[in-house]
Design a protein around this ligand. Structure first.
Ligand code: H2B
Length: 103
């Protein structure tokens, strides 16, 4: 097994968030909410995110309400936000952009 990442400091999180401006921090999680054009597009986004997450072995909490998607990222194993969450945030953004540009 690879070494578990360390929790980031408040400063490191704030700095990391500059690269993923669609996200904000709430406590021990990074959050992004977005509106898909319709429900099927929202589901396609979730499928693309799931594939990226599985490849990274790091998984978001996802809430779908019709065409509104909420993503929450935290590292359960570390009890807070780690570099894995910042990487996953960027991967979610890529998945969203890919799906939306092809629909
Ligand atoms: C063994 C495996 O690497 C861990 O259980 C992974 C899987 N996906 C995970 N996803 C998230 N968000 N946090 C974790 O701590 C986590 N742990």
């Amino acid at each position: 097994m690879s070494k578990r990442p360390e929790r980031l400091t408040d400063e490191q999180i704030a700095e990391g968030l500059r690269d993923v401006p669609q996200w904000h921090r709430e406590g021990d999680a990074l959050l992004r909410t977005l509106q898909a054009p319709d429900f099927p597009a929202g589901v396609r986004i979730v499928v693309a995110v799931a594939e990226a997450a599985e490849a990274m072995d790091h998984h978001p909490d996802i809430d779908i309400r019709w065409r509104t998607l909420h993503f929450a990222l935290t590292t359960h194993d570390a009890g807070g936000i780690t570099v894995l969450d910042l990487r996953l945030a960027a991967a979610v953004d890529t998945a969203v952009d890919t799906v939306l540009s092809s629909s």
